[in-house]
Design a protein around this ligand. Structure first.
Ligand SMILES: [Zn+2]
Length: 410
């Protein structure tokens, strides 16, 4: 099947500029050519006066965290998880995100359902089960109820693996890599949504982090780390962690350490805004809302600190459950401190590498997947518009096939 998008102005992600009108030719799911005049096709889309770009990439999502009411997460059956995750996957694609990087939780079934064609959803690169220490950000148990530990120092939870000590984290890493993880995810500082870890605690020791990094490198991949504080960020990158997720409380020294090590930071500001606005109504406990306020307030400043130190930035959202509808807000939030070109560099260039799909996504070059969004306005002039995908985008295509989308409200 051949799809041609004609008369549109095409975006070049290398120069981060629109290179003029041309026809984009997609055949059997792949971009095969960019030509001045449209050839014959099974499907022609007229993009006159519009802006043709690669499908968006979100470098930090969680399909498994399908509701903000965490009590449900421990009660749901696999069928309920499947139905909720399927809806999130389809809506993500409808918002223009044709590729996502899932930062934790088992999503193998959803990936297979999308590949088989039974479900419409984005391409997914995944961390598999997030690896956390006992009482860390991946450990949602604890409190009044005693948690049984197993002799191997490894415990599977709904979203991850709780593992303590070098041998156990090695085993957790190997479990994930065996089960298809494209990269690994660890937690090295406190987090917002868990009950027992203050934000400013450091999680895992240097030798535990180094063991996970060694396992990742042995499989020719990398480690992503959830981290807020400067201490945790500096420790992680020193031990070879490649991507720092969130980074909200970063300081200049930690940012410089990241630049020196060539690490990437993936800010996820949309989630703090959403939790701030809707957390209480959606059942997020007060202790977690307190923690959220602290990282929300630091969010934009962390971007400025990272940018000033020359840290490479990706583009993520980290939205939980019901708030995933706010995914495109990230464009508008980032635009408060970043020029549009820098946001698009993060969205396409940096994110394609983080997904380990460079040349296949985030570009309109021949050989890439035919994943395309068509914007009504020039995003270099008005990137804020992308925060409202229903009105901003006239089309979303994955593999050359148009994605059915709900009509915009008028
Ligand atoms: Zn996350």
């Amino acid at each position: 099947m051949r799809t041609v998008i004609e008369n549109g102005t095409l975006f070049d992600t290398e120069s981060l500029s629109f290179t003029g009108e041309a026809a984009l030719v997609i055949e059997d799911g792949l971009i095969i050519d960019i030509v001045p005049k449209a050839p014959a096709a099974d499907l022609k889309i007229d993009a006159r006066g519009q802006y043709v770009m690669p499908g968006f990439i979100d470098a930090h999502i969680h399909l498994r965290l399908a509701t903000m009411d965490f009590r449900k997460l421990s009660q749901w059956s696999e069928v309920e998880f499947g139905l909720h995750m399927a809806r999130l996957a389809t809506e993500t694609l409808q918002r223009g995100f044709t590729t996502v990087r899932d930062l934790g939780g088992d999503v193998e079934g959803i990936i297979r359902a999308i590949r088989s064609g039974v479900l419409e959803g984005p391409r997914i690169t995944r961390a598999g089960r997030m690896i956390s220490q006992t009482g860390g950000h991946g450990d949602a148990e604890g409190g009044a109820r005693p948690v049984p530990d197993c002799a191997c120092q490894m415990r599977h939870t709904a979203f991850g693996i709780v593992a303590d000590g070098v041998d156990a984290v090695r085993k957790a890493a190997r479990h994930n890599l065996r089960d298809g993880s494209d990269f690994l995810k660890i937690h090295v500082s406190g987090g917002v949504a868990t009950p027992s870890d203050p934000l400013d605690c450091t999680q895992y020791t240097a030798d535990e982090i180094a063991a996970v990094v060694a396992e990742a490198r042995n499989r020719r991949t990398y480690v992503a780390a959830h981290a807020y504080t400067p201490e945790a960020i500096a420790l992680a990158v020193e031990e070879g962690v490649h991507s720092i997720e969130h980074g909200n409380l970063i300081d200049r020294a930690a940012a410089e350490a990241m630049t020196r090590k060539g690490a990437v930071m993936v800010p996820t500001l949309a989630t703090y805004e959403a939790m701030f606005e809707f957390g209480a109504a959606l059942g997020l406990p007060a202790v977690n809302r307190e923690k959220n306020k602290a990282v929300y307030d630091a969010g934009l400043a962390s971007l400025e600190i990272a940018r000033a130190a020359g840290v490479t930035l990706g583009f993520g959202t980290d939205l939980i459950g019901e708030t995933q509808s706010r995914q495109n807000r990230e464009f508008a939030i980032r635009a408060e401190v970043e020029p549009a070109r820098d946001i698009l560099r993060a969205l396409y260039q940096v994110n394609a590498k983080l997904c380990r799909l460079e040349g296949k996504v985030g570009t309109l070059k021949p050989g890439a997947f035919g994943d395309v969004v068509i914007a009504r306005q020039n995003p270099l002039e008005n990137i804020h518009a992308l925060a409202e995908p229903e009105t901003a985008l006239s089309h979303v295509l994955k593999g050359g096939k148009p994605v059915a989308r709900p009509a915009a409200e008028t």
